[in-house]
Write a protein that binds this ligand. Structure first.
Ligand SMILES: Cc1cc2nc3c(=O)[nH]c(=O)nc-3n(C[C@H](O)[C@H](O)[C@H](O)COP(=O)(O)OP(=O)(O)OC[C@H]3O[C@@H](n4cnc5c(N)ncnc54)[C@H](O)[C@@H]3O)c2cc1C
Length: 410
């Protein structure tokens, strides 16, 4: 197979020698057992070399027999790792089920999203990996191993940055399907965000705040709520039409999910972007940092002080919240987090030069970086040494120890 040239954003050209697409589980197991350097590849939506292994093989499992098996008694679904969230969500909704949360885009694979600790927003909503109750993994020796919630080390296996093997199937816990409405507000005064950040979280199921950190007011607040929100949102006003998060740079809202408070199913409101359309701005880079929820407003102050340096490089920046979990490499391991996301103009050198300053300002709060986006240092993951031991046990010869893994995990 030809090698894939680059990731989705085009800022990382893959250095792996080839991409293999096994058609059967047996073939996959043989390849993994035979190859000395292996890395799983999802839909390539990460912004760094996390899915790469120079001189090795990337394995794309999307040609394995696809499966979505619903267990409506246990309220679980078991999917192949290459299943994309958008396809899974339509399947579940048609059968009366839902997932508690989704990321801003439905385009990514379940295995890739879970491996990187992908999340949506909502003070009471945990990251996508928290829905995983079991998984199957082809380990470095070609064995197929099954793990379930409650097994020793399960909390280390789920968010795994692709360092433990190839995840072939995952089981996810479900909720009944539900409806939400999405309403965008504009021009929230900064003092209102500082004074009412907690109250704001309580106004909706999921809240996203968009800013460039430098403007006089907060540009947009997106509420995804069960009930119609109060039109007076701490001084912000409802938008008079659909909005793109990068509205200020003139982006049309055509690729965004429906807004203006029209009720609709969970999977057509929780992502910001629609499957089948380019998500976000397209020509961009991303970074994201997580700090404990209790430090939210102090972190906002820290970023406001860098607003003059952030604004020229950022297409937009998004503030979200995530409920805490116990998954070792999850950004929300150990407690609730506020997520500080940046959609950057595609100016890698300038962005890379600014990241250390952002990380330095956020360091006093125990900052962590999103594994799949651009960062200088991954930050404060206290279970890293446990994960390192688990990795060494499952992969003693370093078959999955790519340069990214060596650099960030050890
Ligand atoms: C426009 C855009 C919007 C985004 N929005 C969000 C968001 O709202 N929230 C958020 O948290 N992130 C977001 N992201 C980041 C995105 O969630 C991650 O990039 C996600 O991990 C990508 O999944 P993927 O299928 O593209 O995986 P890839 O980028 O291909 O791979 C990511 C990692 O997963 C591993 N992996 C993939 N498949 C397997 C497998 N079968 N077994 C083992 N490991 C595997 C790879 O080895 C690699 O380590 C966004 C990215 C983009 C481009």
């Amino acid at each position: 197979m030809p090698r894939l040239e680059s990731n989705w954003s085009g800022n990382h050209v893959y250095a792996a020698d080839q991409v293999l697409r096994p058609r059967t589980l047996e073939e996959l197991r043989k390849v993994v057992a035979a190859e000395p350097r292996v890395k799983a590849l999802g839909t390539r939506h990460c912004f760094n070399d996390i899915a790469d292994f120079d001189g090795g093989v990337q394995i794309d499992i999307s040609d394995l027999e696809p499966s979505i098996d619903l267990d409506s008694t246990a309220n679980t679904v078991t999917v192949s790792g290459a299943t994309r969230y958008g396809e899974l969500a339509s399947f579940l909704h048609a059968r009366g089920f839902g997932l508690p949360n989704l990321a801003s885009l439905p385009h990514c694979t379940v295995a890739g999203s879970v491996a990187t600790g992908t999340h949506g927003s909502g003070r009471r909503n945990r990251g996508l990996a928290s829905a995983v109750t079991a998984l199957e993994l082809v380990t470095a020796d070609g064995d197929l191993r099954s793990f379930a919630h409650g097994d020793k080390d399960f909390a280390g296996l789920v968010v795994n940055v692709g360092a433990l093997g190839i995840v072939t199937r995952l089981t996810l816990g479900l909720v009944p399907s539900f409806d939400l409405r999405q309403t965008v507000f504009e021009q929230l005064p900064w003092p209102a965000l500082f004074d009412h950040f907690d109250d704001l979280q309580d106004t909706a199921y999921s809240v996203s705040v968009f800013t460039n950190w430098a403007n006089d007011t907060v540009d947009q607040v997106w509420l995804k709520s069960v009930d119609e929100p109060d039109p007076d949102l701490f001084g912000a006003r409802p938008a008079d039409g659909p909005r793109h998060p990068v509205h200020a740079a003139g982006m049309s809202a055509e690729n965004c999910t429906e807004q203006l408070g029209v009720p609709g199913p969970w999977h057509e409101r929780l992502p910001h972007f629609r499957l089948g359309f380019t998500p976000s701005a397209g020509d961009e880079l991303q970074s994201e940092y997580f700090v404990p929820y209790r430090h939210a407003t102090a972190a906002f102050e820290a970023l406001r002080s860098l607003g003059h340096r952030i604004a020229p490089l950022a297409l937009c920046s998004e503030i979200r919240t995530i409920a805490g979990d116990d998954l070792w490499l999850s950004p929300a391991q150990g407690g609730d987090r506020v997520a500080l996301h940046f959609t950057w103009r595609p100016w890698q050198d300038e962005v890379e030069a600014l990241l250390p300053a952002i990380e330095e300002r956020l360091a006093p709060f125990g900052v962590r970086a999103h594994w799949g986006k651009l960062f200088h240092h991954q930050g404060n993951y206290p279970m890293l040494s446990e994960f390192r031991e688990l990795r060494a046990r499952l992969d003693p010869n370093g078959v999955f120890r790519s340069p990214y893994v060596a650099r960030n995990i050890g």
